[in-house]
Ligand binder design. Structure first.
Ligand code: DC
Length: 226
């Protein structure tokens, strides 16, 4: 079967979208784009300029003004990709607790989403892509060849997040509460809330290893479209 050209993977924070999406893209020889990293880079830009995460007008102007580029890793330090914000490397900064705290607020602004979606669609128009986020199957690529909704229980997602932080030598309190807070913000916002597209295949990853989850998603992607 021919490799689907556009694959949309959506799901809540910590479901494994980036890990699985990157591995799937590598296997299929497609470009990988983690759209969450774009919203995170914009949150870094807002923080650096002291813009209030509730200031929709300034955030919208900022989204039109900054240049966010996500490309192959430029440093071998465990990163899956490099994120440049106006040329400066913010790959790790976008994962800081401060950014975790404001990114969902930045991402709920309609003008911000418009600017990001435009860029994401332009990237998908260039060739084969695996794109991961919250609204890829519903808004960004409603005609994607395959749509996956990747999910896991909040407890499992919190456990994975703690493991990932531990690997980086970090520990944070209230990881589960933080995940639940982001789930709530992402799925109740007015514009493009997190929800499975009607034609998405839901893949649950509770209790699965990365390899097992990858096989499950790969199998779902290779099924005939729904
Ligand atoms: O996937 P992530 O945790 O890196 O995403 C960071 C935030 O960006 C998340 O709280 C929701 C938002 N986001 C979004 O609104 N739409 C997307 N397509 C991707 C992420």
């Amino acid at each position: 079967m021919a490799t689907p050209r556009t694959i949309a993977i959506d799901g809540p924070a910590g479901a494994g979208k980036s890990t699985i999406g990157a591995l799937l893209a590598e296997r299929l020889g497609s470009l990988f784009l983690d759209t969450g990293a774009m919203y995170r880079a914009l949150a870094v830009a807002a923080e650096r300029r002291g813009i209030d995460p509730d200031d929709a007008d300034r955030l919208t102007a900022l989204a039109r003004d900054v240049r966010i580029v996500i490309g192959p890793p430029t440093v071998r330090d465990g990163r899956t990709y490099t994120v440049l914000l106006d040329g400066s490397d913010v790959t790790w900064e976008i994962r800081s607790p401060a950014i975790d705290g404001i990114v969902s607020l930045v991402a709920r602004v309609a003008g911000v989403r418009e600017a990001m979606v435009e860029q994401q669609q332009a990237i998908a128009a260039k060739g084969r892509v695996v794109m991961v986020g919250r609204d890829i199957g519903t808004v960004v690529l409603p005609n994607a060849d395959r749509k996956i909704f990747l999910t896991a229980s909040a407890a499992e997602r919190a456990r994975r997040r703690e493991e990932e932080l531990a690997l980086r030598g970090q520990a944070r309190p209230q990881v589960l509460q933080e995940i639940l807070r982001r789930d709530m913000l992402d799925s109740t916002r007015e514009v493009a809330p997190l929800r499975p597209a009607d034609d998405a295949v839901t893949v649950e990853t509770d209790g699965l290893t990365v390899g097992e989850a990858l096989e499950k998603v790969h199998a779902a992607v290779m099924l005939p479209a729904r």
